[in-house]
Ligand binder design. Structure first.
Ligand code: ADP
Length: 985
């Protein structure tokens, strides 16, 4: 390898060798075939191409002359001279550097070489017609040569090859022959070892060294190359191929010496078209091979310029030598003496090589593309990161995220339950391992966000001060003393126990009675945060229990969201409309709600998203419902129901005066002295516009009035000189400025138009309306025509009409039951019913018909009214669906009134379910019904006996002035309704 190294050094240090040529006297083109073959077998091989012209500098006969026509001044020679910077100095330098292993005999060796090539050329010249070169003196003396085995590829004439000779005897013989000025040997390719695995090159090499004599001879191909021993360095011998030889016989065994014939190419016709065409094809393929093969790329220019000048045989050898054909194919080329055939063989090899390089290229390209694609993506990602960072939208800065989460939990780390802390730690570790762009990263980040933001163990200080609570409740709500009392009791218990947990309050009542606002007041009184969510129509369990994190867009349930938004672990949660809970298709929302509310279970509430249990036992739940009956039983069991029945007129007046008006005034920016709403107007508003149980509509109407007043005031120019509300001094100034400018403007306007009569009037009116008066007379200007016209449909109910009391989710109301005769005739008795009655009420009507007939039969046995009259019973407000059993007694009375042709007592209303035997059963909603009766100016009410206690519990102002009778049998009602003394009224 030393020679090889030297060669490399030389190439690197002298510019003239940079093209890969090794200048030598014989115009060698050195080809470095290192790495050309997939296996290492060929790597150290160096091949030299013997080029054909050099005669101007050297007295050599150009090889081209052997085959005929090349001029002395061939273009190849010129090109080579240019490229290599050919001159004596550099040649000798190159020569010395490469070939002189021993400086002393360097010149001699060089001399010998020169002669050898010279004579070779001459011989070629003179014996061009002979296939076998006859023995001759000088190189042709070499009819007996040392046979050197070459393991991998045959040596082609014109190329050089280093081999390693391990046998000292052979080495000595080679040295000897160099010294004898006949430095030639025969290089023969080794045949495959039939016994050994030929794929192992090291084995092959080992085997050559062991082979001796006859054995070795048998393993050698017959045809080889006469090789000049160019140099010997250690065991490395560099051979330069000259001409083809064929072994004739063995001369001696150690070292193996053989007798040889020198072979000559068969004569051929230079001008033969087929040969020419083949050679052209070889040349063009060679050019392609050189171009496409990455190994030859550096030398393409040089070679492609000169291959056109090669002789045909040389061309074939060159092609075979540089392509990666296997040893057998190469040997085949070497053995072929027919030039045309040799060219064909070479062409085949090169085409194959061409295909290989094409495949190689596509492989290289594919790999390159893949790599460059990856690099591109990497680059773009890096750029994206940089851009995000620059814009401050860096979302995947993991360490910053982790730091943020850690910072969040740091202050109350001791309060966070251990199991939660563990999950947080685990998730933080996971976050670090995940790819920032992956979807799982986002899931984990959101999860951590929720886990860390919840107010673990963070409670607001609960206030159990009963007096303070009382003040707050009174501040916010008028009346409702029983409700307030219950709340205060609750707070008192909380004070004694130190905690208010474990109770669920349920406020029930018609809309607008203040259920929600009481909930808010309780939160204020207890100093808890307030959170409200409505479960009306809720059918999805996930709303309460959350989604599992695996779902896209998964969210925790309402309760967890609540804790996040209030920031304390003990808020007051108002669950609105619990009676309107939907029915879930997947899972039952009622049972999910139960899990949430039940004090037994909610200390370990498990939200699907959060996946860790949270303690909700400190949360105070308040539910609201319109109708208690609709609340699922298991839920109702755990609740403490506080019902708010609705307000009577008197209460509504107070609420309107003390609460609703104040807020409406404040909201509209109207000052108290600017408006005066008379008692009569307020009463009319309540009686004729807002008869429902709650006050929400009343609130709306009052707001409407105040908005209109505000508009009126602004229109009339009665804008406050000083700001009505100005907490901020700056703001006050601005408002004052505006006031001033408007005032100036008004003054101006007044001066300009002072001459005009109507304007003067307007100004007078402005002063007059500084206080807007609202009276019964002008109420309609503000709120429109009354919704409820006559207070009563009938001043005195006619025969067949009786007033009943009903109770709906909207509160109590009065309703008439009317009966009339359709036709009379023997056996025509029957009953038609209309008025959108439910099944229960229809049955009630049938029962009433039967009971009435029975009573009639008892009282006036001869009266055939029911037997012979077809009757029609109707309940007006036919568009409103009605149901319930409590109209039973009213229906009987109505039928009996018709039968007896006697109207019932004036201002009487009744309610109660009747059995077939005439027993009166209790009803619900006593308070609501009483309030409704009062609204309709009823003086006498009949209730079932069993409801006496309910009535007694009512507030005095509700009961005041009412004549109430409690009955347990219909007979009493009959007496009360019909047995009155006309004079009494
Ligand atoms: P609900 O929840 O029962 O439907 P809200 O709580 O929304 O009714 O009450 C409607 C409005 O009526 C609220 O503005 C509330 O302040 C007012 N309101 C109800 N009852 C009273 C009351 N007793 N005193 C003062 N304002 C009341």
């Amino acid at each position: 390898m030393k020679g090889f190294d030297t060669n490399l050094r030389l190439q690197a240090s002298s510019p003239e060798f940079s093209n890969g040529f090794l200048p030598k006297r014989q115009n060698f083109i050195k080809l470095n075939r290192r790495n050309c073959y997939p296996r290492s077998s060929f790597s150290p091989t160096m091949l030299k191409l013997f080029t054909s012209s050099a005669s101007r500098v050297h007295h050599l006969t150009p090889v081209s002359r052997v085959v005929g026509s090349s001029p002395v001044e061939s273009p190849l020679f010129k090109a080579l001279s240019q490229i290599t910077g050919w001159n004596r100095r550099s040649t000798s330098l190159g020569h010395r550097a490469f070939f002189c292993s021993e400086p002393t005999n360097g010149e001699a060796a060089a001399e010998a070489e020169t002669k050898a090539v010279e004579s070779d050329s001459e011989v070629s010249d003179s014996k061009s017609s002979s296939a076998i070169v006859p023995t001759n003196p000088r190189p042709e003396d070499c009819l007996t040569v040392l046979a050197l085995p070459v393991p991998h590829r045959p040596l082609f004439p014109g190329f050089y090859m280093p081999i390693y000779v391990k046998d000292p005897k052979v080495l000595a013989a080679l040295q000897e022959s160099r010294r004898r000025q006949a430095p030639y040997a025969g290089a023969f390719l080794l045949k495959d070892d039939p016994s050994a695995d030929s794929s192992s090159s090291t084995d092959a090499e080992k085997n050559i060294n062991e082979l001796k004599g006859k054995e070795l001879l048998n393993r050698l191909h017959e045809v080889g190359t006469l090789a000049q021993i160019s140099s010997i360095q250690g065991d490395q011998v560099i051979l330069v191929g000259h001409r083809r030889l064929r072994i004739k016989e063995m001369v001696s065994e150690e070292p193996l010496t053989v007798k040889v014939d020198h072979l000559k190419d068969n004569p051929f016709d230079m001008d033969d078209d087929v040969v020419k065409a083949t050679s052209f094809e070889v040349i063009s393929t060679l050019r392609d091979v050189l171009k496409t093969s990455s190994l030859w790329r550096d030398h393409v220019q040089t070679y492609t310029q000169h291959i056109g000048d090669f002789t045909y045989p040389r061309l074939a050898d060159f092609g075979a030598a540089i392509c990666g054909a296997n040893r057998h194919q190469a040997q085949e080329v070497l053995e072929e003496l027919d030039v045309h055939k040799r060219l064909r063989l070479t062409l085949e090899l090169m085409k194959k090589e061409m295909e290989i390089s094409k495949i190689q290229e596509t492989i290289a390209k594919a790999i390159e593309e893949k790599i460059s694609g990856e690099q591109r993506r990497y680059l773009l990602n890096e750029q994206l990161k940089a851009i995000k960072k620059e814009l401050g939208v860096e979302t995947d800065d993991k360490s910053a995220l982790s730091a943020k989460f850690k910072e969040r939990i740091e202050p109350n780390k001791e309060k966070i339950p251990a199991h939660v802390l563990q999950v947080i730690e685990e998730e933080l570790t996971k976050l670090q391992l995940l790819e920032a762009s992956s979807s799982e990263f986002n899931v984990t980040r959101n999860y951590l966000d929720w886990l860390t933001i919840l107010p673990w163990g963070n409670y607001s200080n609960e206030n159990f001060d009963v007096a303070r609570a009382q003040t707050i409740l009174d501040e916010d709500h008028y009346g409702l003393s029983d409700v307030k009392e219950r709340i205060l009791e609750f707070i008192a218990v909380g004070r004694l126990r130190g905690t208010s947990q474990g109770k669920i309050i349920c406020l029930s009542g018609p809309p607008g009675v203040g259920k929600t606002s009481i909930g808010r007041s309780i939160a204020r009184a207890l100093n808890r945060k307030f959170f409200r969510f409505s479960v009306g129509g809720l059918a999805d369990v996930a709303e309460i229990k959350g989604h599992r994190r695996t779902y896209v867009g998964a969210m925790p349930g309402k309760m967890v969201q609540c804790l996040k938004s209030v920031g304390t672990a003990n808020p007051l949660v108002l669950i609105d409309e619990i009676d309107k809970l939907g029915r879930g298709h997947a899972g039952d929302p009622a049972s999910a709600l139960l899990e949430l509310l039940d004090p037994e279970q909610n200390a370990n509430f498990l939200d699907h998203y959060l996946d860790v249990t949270i303690d909700l036992s400190k949360v105070l739940f308040v539910c609201t419902a319109n109708v208690i009956d609709m609340i699922p039983n298991p839920l109702l069991d755990r609740m403490e129901v506080i019902s708010i029945a609705g307000y009577i007129t008197d209460e509504k007046v107070h609420i309107a005066r003390d609460y609703l008006e104040k807020t409406a005034r404040g909201d509209c920016g109207v000052k108290p002295e600017q408006v005066e709403v008379s008692d009569a107007a307020l009463l009319s508003l309540i009686e004729n516009y807002c008869r429902e149980a709650g006050v929400r509509n009343l609130q709306k109407q009052i707001e409407k009035i105040y908005r209109k007043i505000a508009l009126k005031l602004v229109r009339e120019g009665a804008v406050p000189e000083e700001p009505a509300v100005a907490s901020d001094p700056e703001e006050a100034e601005i408002v004052a400025d505006v006031g001033e400018s408007i005032e100036n403007h008004t003054v101006e306007e007044n001066t300009v138009s002072s001459a005009e009569e109507p304007k003067e009037e307007a100004q007078t009116e402005k002063i007059a309306i500084e206080t807007v008066m609202i009276d019964e007379s002008n109420l309609a200007d503000y709120v429109g025509k009354p919704v409820f016209h006559a207070e009563k449909l009938y001043e005195q109910t006619p025969v067949g009409v009786v007033m009943g009391l009903a109770w709906t989710s909207m509160g109590g109301s009065t309703l008439y039951i009317e009966t009339t005769v359709v036709e009379e005739g023997e056996g025509k008795g029957g009953l038609n019913i209309t008025g959108q009655l439910g099944d229960v009420m229809k049955e009630s009507a049938q029962i009433a018909h039967t009971v009435a007939r029975k009573i009639m039969l008892e009282k006036e046995p001869e009266n055939q009214f029911f037997a012979n009259s077809k009757l029609h019973l109707h309940v007006p407000a036919g568009a409103t669906p009605k149901d319930g059993p409590s109209a039973g007694c009213t229906m009987i009375t109505s039928l009996l009134s018709l039968a007896t042709k006697k109207p019932v007592r004036k201002d009487l209303a009744m309610t109660g379910e009747v059995t077939l035997t005439g027993r009166i059963l209790p009803i619900g909603g006593v308070k609501e019904k009483t309030i409704a009766a009062r609204r309709s100016q009823i003086k006498t009410i009949i209730f079932p006996e069993a409801n006496r206690r309910d009535f007694d519990e009512l507030a005095e102002n509700v009961k005041e002035g009412l004549n109430v009778h409690f009955v347990d049998d219909y007979g009493k009602i009959f007496e009360l309704a019909f047995g009155y003394d006309k004079q009494e009224d």
